[in-house]
Design a binder for this molecule. Sequence first.
Ligand SMILES: [Zn+2]
Length: 70
Amino acid sequence: MTKMKACRQCHYLTTENQCPNCKSTNLSSSYTGIVVILPAKDPHDDPRKSSYIADRLSIDKPGKYALKVR
Ligand SMILES: [Zn+2]
């Protein structure tokens, strides 16, 4: 399995060399903790409304995110 890298801008986890979420190439292979934000019943719903973690990390799209990026 390919090691995922975390985006330093939005904490999104990806195996690409560019973040598919915010298009940043500022990625780090050093991070701790993985958070999975699941889609809401209505895919247009902002996860920050229903998820405390999404709210704290300012995540507005479902996906896999790193808790801490170094
Ligand atoms: Zn990003």
